[in-house]
Design a protein around this ligand. Structure first.
Ligand code: GRG
Length: 305
């Protein structure tokens, strides 16, 4: 097998393992409110790259040395929580009041299948259940409550008004206007990079990284997150609906300023490559075996979905 095929095979295995973890943490579908558990499962298990839990685990492995540890079960709770938060953001972003999209991850969006009321509630439920899931870590490993508290602080802040929600607010409010590049960078940093930062930072914290190492991880993740969003802008113009599993040209439809409208596709591609390579170079300064993570960063430059 060549290196690329080996990486893709390994990635497939990792995605499968993550999906098993997500299933384990989903609530039982029971009670008069059962429909909400079904809508949560529908959205969470719809596929997707599972990038955030993957980044969390791979960063954890850098610092934990790859041995089986008692912190592993705590890590799993946080991986599931992070993917629930990410999925809620997609469910809400697709609602009629936001982007009004009918397809996501190759299937009908939650509000189309379950109705707008349940779509809103499914997003709310995933967000709240993410914190219920992460809080289970206190029971799983009571002697590490300090570590778990630090991870929870990162999870909540990066998803909130100083992170993803903050970025989405600026994005919504600026839609239809020409946005200066420094505002666009703030939107990308908050809306997209913040969850990538929290994924990698939580992995680092649970793996035993020092404060300085966790800060270095935050910088790497910021670069990855910005590059990821710019690639998303590019794919919105050059990608196919089939590969992406969602509509293309949505930025144009929503009159959004993006890296493509500011710099053009070719320069935007160069910026993605520069940022990803810079992230890979910073990664090499960290301990542990970076082979897989580095390949993952580089794959993001050339991804088609
Ligand atoms: C509604 C509070 C709230 C926030 C929404 C994340 C987000 C903010 C909106 C989704 C639309 C979008 C283009 C976000 C930028 C980040 C991004 C590219 C998300 C898609 O993530 P992927 O590609 O999705 O990892 P999969 O389906 O692979 O998990």
């Amino acid at each position: 097998m060549n290196l690329k095929a080996e990486f893709l095979e390994c990635q497939k295995e990792k995605v499968k393992e993550i999906e098993g973890i997500l299933k384990d943490f989903l609530p039982e579908e029971t009670g008069y409110q059962k429909i909400i558990m079904e809508a949560m499962e529908y959205s969470l298990m719809a596929g997707g790259k599972r990038l955030r839990p993957m980044l969390m685990k791979e960063t954890y492995l850098l610092f934990s040395g790859g041995e089986k540890r008692r912190e592993d079960k705590v890590l799993h709770a946080f991986m599931a929580a992070q993917e629930m938060i990410h999925t809620y953001s997609l469910v809400h972003d697709d609602l009629p009041a936001m982007d009004n999209d009918d397809y996501r991850r190759g299937r009908k969006t939650a509000h189309v299948v379950f109705g707008e009321d349940m779509g809103i509630l499914a997003g709310d439920a995933l967000l709240n259940y993410a914190f219920e899931t992460a809080a289970q870590a206190f029971d799983l490993l009571p002697e590490e409550s300090g570590l778990i508290g630090r991870a929870l602080k990162i999870l909540s802040r990066k998803a909130g008004i100083y992170g993803m929600i903050g970025g989405q607010v600026i994005d919504v409010k600026k839609t239809g206007e020409a946005v200066p590049i420094e505002v666009l960078d703030t939107i990308y940093e908050l809306k997209t990079a913040a969850l990538i930062e929290s994924s990698m930072m939580i992995g680092a914290v649970l793996g035993g990284a020092s404060d300085a190492e966790t800060e270095a991880v935050e910088k790497i993740a910021k670069n990855v997150g910005l590059a990821f969003q710019i690639q998303d802008d590019i794919l919105d113009v050059t990608g196919s609906e089939e590969a992406l599993g969602k509509p293309i040209r949505s930025d144009e439809k929503n009159e959004k300023t993006t890296y493509v409208t500011v710099y053009g596709v070719d320069r935007a591609k160069e910026i993605v490559e520069e940022m990803s390579r810079e992230a890979a170079a910073m990664l090499r300064e960290l301990p542990g075996d970076h082979t897989y993570l580095e390949q993952l960063f580089l794959q993001l430059i050339y991804r088609e979905k």
